[in-house]
Design a protein around this ligand. Structure first.
Ligand SMILES: [Zn+2]
Length: 287
């Protein structure tokens, strides 16, 4: 049994407002979650309580990237270079992430759904014929992939690119993240969506949720609205892609308005300490 979750990414004018939609396959049927509240509102403050929270898994903590003292502190890790935080449960990275306002795409009592870091994850890029500058569109994906790999330590391997009509795309193969640049008006996105990410996960033999395939849709509107720049370093095309790719590795939204994982890409979209900790966590799921 595999389950699928989707997060659409909506744009209002130049900023990206977002509605969280949850589509769960299999016997659970489907339903829609709440609309994302305006940043700073009371509802936004409650969001981290009502939304998905990080939970611990026995397989988590196999860090693939080096952790700064600041990140170790946020993850409540003891040891060299760690500052204890009295308000957090010691040595509970999942609780530390939740306290910092980060969230997973989906979780069970046995942990958040993440990729195994033993898996070679294939990146399959598709560019619709309607994309005017496919070379730039592909290189922006590469920049975001490179950043994602650097910050998670996940083994992301590009290959299997195609150009053509993206109306009918096959379900991504196992161990694959499919990324598709689609034209404005594509049936894959609602009118006001800039992008969307879908994640499929299974329960392993121990019941721990593990992501086995994912798909990201990117609207040509991203290329029209944003300029190019560093992924996770400001509001730009690469950051918009990195946002969706972070969903593809199991990361949900951050309540921090400065984070590139905030539901809306406003005037700030930086890679915060919480984001660094979350990305490291997302790559810390052993086999
Ligand atoms: Zn999002």
């Amino acid at each position: 049994m595999s389950y699928r979750q989707r997060k659409p990414h909506k744009a209002v004018a130049f900023t990206a407002a977002l509605t969280i939609g949850l589509l769960v396959g299999g016997v659970l049927g489907s339903h829609i979650l709440n609309k994302a509240p305006e940043p700073g509102s009371e509802a936004a403050g409650n969001d981290r309580i009502t939304a998905e929270s990080w939970t611990s898994s026995l397989s988590d903590g196999d860090w693939q990237v080096s952790l700064s003292a600041e990140v170790r502190s946020l993850l409540t890790l003891t040891g060299a270079g760690t500052t204890r935080r009295a308000d957090l449960v010691d040595n509970n990275p999942a609780a530390g992430l939740t306290a910092a306002g980060s969230s997973p795409m989906i979780h069970t009592e046995l942990g958040a759904a993440l990729w195994s870091n033993c898996t070679e994850i294939r990146i399959a890029r598709h560019v619709d014929d309607a994309i005017v500058d496919p070379t730039s569109a592909l290189s922006a994906i590469d920049e975001a992939i490179s950043r994602l790999s650097e910050l998670t330590g996940l083994n992301l391997v590009t290959g299997g690119d195609s150009r053509g009509d993206t109306t009918d795309l096959i379900t991504p193969e196992r161990d694959t993240i499919q990324i598709a640049w689609v034209p404005e008006g594509s049936s894959h996105l609602e009118d006001d969506e800039l992008g969307a990410a879908e994640v499929w996960h299974i329960a392993d033999a121990r019941g721990i949720p593990t992501i086995v395939r994912a798909r990201v849709f990117l609207s040509a509107e991203i290329l029209a609205d944003y300029s190019f720049g560093p992924a996770g370093g400001g509001v730009n095309v690469e950051t918009a892609i990195l946002h969706e790719l972070a969903h593809a590795v199991g990361i949900g939204h951050s309540v921090d308005g400065d984070s590139f994982m905030h539901a809306e890409l406003g005037s700030h979209a930086e890679t915060t300490t919480t984001d660094l900790a979350t990305l490291a966590f997302a790559g810390g799921r052993s086999c």
